[in-house]
Structures are given as structure tokens and as C-alpha cells.
Design a protein. Structure first.
Length: 92
């Protein structure tokens, strides 16, 4: 089977770390890329699950607002005793 040449652009630190890990496995980077490509063909897709973050990300400003609302709730004495909170959470 004929071979093709390709090039990749990776962060240098990621590349170097990956090379070291692959070396400890007795494999070089090219061999690892070939294994990956073969698995893509075999699986008819990526050989691992690609998932969105389980938790939605929010901006720093949104996080600050949430913290301020929480503090206001505590200051207004609208909070809940921790025993009640944990009982409510465990009931779900």
C-alpha cells in the first residue's frame, strides 16, 4: 500500500509530552498517528466518545453575579440550615 505524507500543527508542549508517553509505550508519534487513523476507519468515526462538558460554562461576570446573589441570600437570612439542604439534595 502506498504511503502519503502529511503535516500537523500541535502545541509544542503537547507534542513533546505525547512523544515521551508514546516512547514509554515503545511507539513513535508517526506509529501512533497510523494507529489512530486505522481506528477511525475501523470504528467509522473517532475511536473514543466526544462529549460536551457535563456542566455549562459561564463567564466570570456571570459567576460573580451568582456569588453576589448567594451572599445577598445569606445576608437577608433567607438561607437554609445545612442539614436541611443536604437532606433535600439526597432526596433527589
Amino acid at each position: 500500500m502506498s504511503k502519503v505524507q502529511t503535516s500537523l500543527r500541535l502545541e509544542e508542549e503537547t507534542f513533546n509530552e505525547a512523544k515521551e508517553i508514546l516512547k514509554s509505550l515503545g511507539m513513535n508519534f508517526t506509529e501512533a498517528v497510523n494507529v489512530f487513523a486505522s481506528m477511525v476507519v475501523q470504528e467509522r468515526g473517532l475511536p473514543f466518545d466526544v462529549k460536551a462538558s457535563e456542566y455549562p460554562s459561564i463567564s466570570y461576570e456571570e459567576a460573580q453575579k451568582k456569588v453576589q446573589r448567594s451572599i445577598a441570600t445569606i445576608d437577608d437570612d433567607k438561607g437554609m440550615p445545612s442539614d436541611d439542604f443536604f437532606a433535600k439534595m439526597l432526596a433527589k
